[in-house]
Design a protein around this ligand. Sequence first.
Ligand code: ATP
Length: 368
Amino acid sequence: MTVSPDLVCRDLVKDFDSFRAVDHVTFEVPQGSFFSILGPSGCGKTTLLRMIAGFQSPSSGDLLIKGRSMLGVPPNKRPVSMVFQHLALFPTMNIGDNVGFGLRQRGVARSEIKARVTQVLERVGLPGFSERRVEQLSGGQKQRVAIARCMVLEPDVLLLDEPLGALDLKLREHMKIELKALQSEFNTTFVYITHDQSEALVMSDKVAVMNHGRFEQIGTPHEIYYDPKTAFVAGFVGDANRFDAKVSAKSGSALSMVTQAGTQIEVEADASDLSVGQGAEIFLRPEAIELAKAQADLTVKTNTSVGVVTSVFFNGANSMVSLKDAKAGMSFNVALPQTGAFADLQPGDEVYTSWHPAKARCYAHDGA
Ligand code: ATP
């Protein structure tokens, strides 16, 4: 079954004088899905969201919600609602009045407001909270009130502008799961902007990675993480070891390359834009590298090397070891296997590494 898009942005551009903040962005968001726009500070995320909300008008392009162009439609007439980073709850009103605010502005009858507020508070897991004051709530509860205040208006699209940014780390981890659950509960289209890749990967059906006003890639979290289409996406999403190399031989997708330090490596990649002699950036995830205490223990027999441990970062399942690889002339990080076999690893220890040629991502240097 194909789901029709709730939101369509076609070739959207936003110029501030001679500066282009949003540069020909095109995407569709199907009804009921969670779409994140992920990118570094200043890449144009907020400008794009503000155009969807109607606070800013595009310089060119079109923007449709439920098939209707929103060009020229004022913010309060668009079927969208927005959650801001600082939530903007009214401190002098109780929770019920906060949640019912938009309905009162629309002239909805008191009895209906009461019923709808009661119902939406139940759906966000805050039954009976109507009479409470804002300052009596935890950070997570305030987030849910902010969502309830938007969802009571039954928008087609909910826009979320880094709503977890002001929370402490522990609560942020928890709220990621909650937000995703709330989105499923309401089955409403969420468009979420963030510079935090883990938020985008955990919650989204699709992620758009934005850089310098453009979308570099749109894909599922799995695609964005495992099959980044550009060097920017490979470097921005997840941890990656990055190094430069030159193509020395090529046969189909099999590339032999030489690193800057003169080490030969084997890479298997879509090499259509790479020719012999060309420079490329290589990205290798820490978990793609095999680690062993003896060379014979390595199961992957390509790209083998030996390195000296410079530091060990114990972080439970995400423990990492930094190595200085004298032969390859570089340092890199390797995910520590969960077997416990490396529990006694110390700085100064020698370890063996290898990686499968298909595990690396390889991109021609711009202009090379
Ligand atoms: P952050 O994560 O820091 O909020 P962002 O990705 O949301 O960043 P935007 O706020 O959309 O980025 O800004 C994109 C670029 O457009 C920035 O370089 C910013 O300085 C510029 N910009 C935004 N609004 C205006 C404006 N009203 N006038 C001129 N330039 C602007």
